[in-house]
Design a protein around this ligand. Structure first.
Ligand code: ADP
Ligand code: MG
Length: 450
């Protein structure tokens, strides 16, 4: 249970990130929360009629969205001006500020639903598997292991499963936790004064679940006790046909800190990857986002953003919000290419790499190491070829931001995990190896001078 003012503070914290600094100070900071009526209606007071009108006119969507994120449900929001506030207090007696509110907080983000998830070639299998698991937890794919790059919708899918089960199977005990929170929770119980009790409470909490979702498992620490604990939690749930769903930015085999026995547990269900969306899907995602956030944005702007940003969906959404914000600033009804170009302004600077192509990178690497194109793309495993190949992969991925799968195709149909491994290896080595570092900067110089 939390008191209303701390929940309201959380709403404000969220809003602060959603609106400009000026708007926040002008319109949101002065708001007072008065009451929460029957867990359904939130009563908020402003300090003037014009503030009330401003919020109703321009910010109601954002306010509602922050409220629903924190309170976990779509509350009705009543905004009062000063006179209405006085009336309200008269009619309802002392304002119930001190009262504790039992907010049945849904831990899942209300926006991350299956309905709001755009399905395309890149994510259709993950979607289908997640859907099956949500409909029949513990019966279909267990564990379901989802992996893919940053901002491709893994967390969204986990929440969608959670939201679905909360709606259609509310008696089930479902938990979503990030790997870091799981670890902290466990360590905290170990450090507790009443350690035995605390650890046993920890175990009861996790082992009595019907569905456990662990996000970002790649952060699992090397610490053996945590992995051990997770291993036992996993086994207990698994043996009782409870559903386990795990998300990661890479395949279990690529998580260096993961013990073999956990890795092999993860591989005994379904492992499904989520890829970068193709152009069509990116456009559909942006359209959906406009619909959800009620953005009015010209079609050519949407196409433009979708073409320019091609890997991370979070970045796509960020750019869309920025463009919309710029249009709003100049009181435009609809965001146009003018705002899009402005929003991308900084980005184009970095795109000075434009003109560098996959071929140019491969040629430069071959020239630098004095090997042939055939060598670098082919299957040769000798060291004098393997290292240049990894460097070329790294450079293509870093400079051109081409999806791993496509890079795999360029390099003779290699699997994208292999490509990811090469890329990560070089990007790690850059930090420690002077030799690799100078290879990379020399080759980059060659590319620039072309
Ligand atoms: P990840 O956990 O893989 O890093 P998230 O799940 O946080 O990525 O997704 C980043 C953002 O992109 C979220 O706002 C999410 O709603 C959105 N998103 C990702 N995939 C889709 C999709 N297929 N349809 C609609 N929105 C998506
Ligand atoms: Mg995530």
């Amino acid at each position: 249970m939390q008191d209303l003012s701390s929940l309201w503070q959380a709403v404000l914290d969220k809003l602060e990130l959603m609106v400009s600094n000026v708007s926040f100070i002008m319109w949101f900071k002065p708001l007072k929360v008065l009451d929460l009526v029957e867990n359904k209606k939130l009563i908020i007071a402003t300090n003037s009629t014009s503030a009330k009108n401003q919020i109703l006119r321009n910010y109601l969507d954002k306010l509602s969205s922050a409220v629903s994120d924190i309170f976990g449900s779509n509350l009705e929001i009543d905004i009062l001006d000063q006179n209405e506030e006085i009336e309200y207090i008269k009619a309802n007696g002392e304002v119930k500020k001190q009262k504790e509110y039992e907010v049945s907080k849904n831990p899942f983000n209300a926006k991350y639903t299956f309905d709001n998830f755009v399905v395309g070639k890149s994510n259709q299998f993950v979607y289908a598997a997640a859907r099956a698991v949500a409909e029949h937890p513990g019966e279909k794919f267990n564990p379901l292991f989802i992996y893919g790059g940053v901002g491709l919708g893994k967390t969204h899918i986990l929440h969608a499963i959670g939201n679905y089960i909360k709606e259609f199977n509310p008696n089930l005990n479902v938990k979503y936790i990030t790997c870091n929170d799981f670890t902290n929770d466990y360590i905290e119980s170990l450090g507790s004064e009443e350690k035995i009790k605390a650890v046993s409470a920890f175990r009861t909490k996790y082992r009595n679940l019907d569905v456990l979702m662990v996000d970002d498992i790649q952060f699992i620490s090397k610490r053996t006790s945590t992995q051990e604990e997770f291993f036992h939690t996993f086994n207990e749930l698994y043996q009782n046909n409870k559903q386990i769903i795990i998300a990661s930015d890479r395949h279990p085999k690529e998580i260096e800190t993961l013990t073999d026995r956990l890795s092999s547990r993860f591989t005994c269900g379904l492992i499904q990857d989520i890829q970068s969306p193709d152009l069509e899907t990116r456009i559909a995602i942006l359209r959906k986002k406009c619909q959800i956030e009620k953005y009015v944005i010209d079609d050519d702007v949407i196409d433009f953003i979708a073409e320019k940003l091609n890997t991370n969906i979070r970045e796509l959404e960020g750019m869309l919000a920025k463009v919309y914000f710029l249009a709003n600033l100049s009181n435009k009804h609809s965001a146009t290419m003018e705002e899009a170009l402005e929003a991308f302004n900084g980005q184009f600077e970095e795109d000075k790499n434009d003109g560098v192509t996959v071929d140019a990178i491969i040629d430069a690497v071959c020239k630098y190491f004095d090997i042939t194109r055939q060598d670098i793309i082919g299957k040769k495993k000798s060291k004098d070829v393997v290292e240049p190949r990894m460097i070329a992969i790294y450079l293509i991925s870093e400079i051109l931001e081409i999806p791993l799968v496509s890079i795999g195709k360029i390099f003779g149909g290699r699997d994208h995990t292999t490509i990811m491994h090469s890329r990560d290896k070089i990007s790690d080595e850059i930090k420690t190896s002077h030799k690799i570092n100078s290879f990379i900067s020399e080759i980059k110089k060659m590319l620039k001078s072309e």
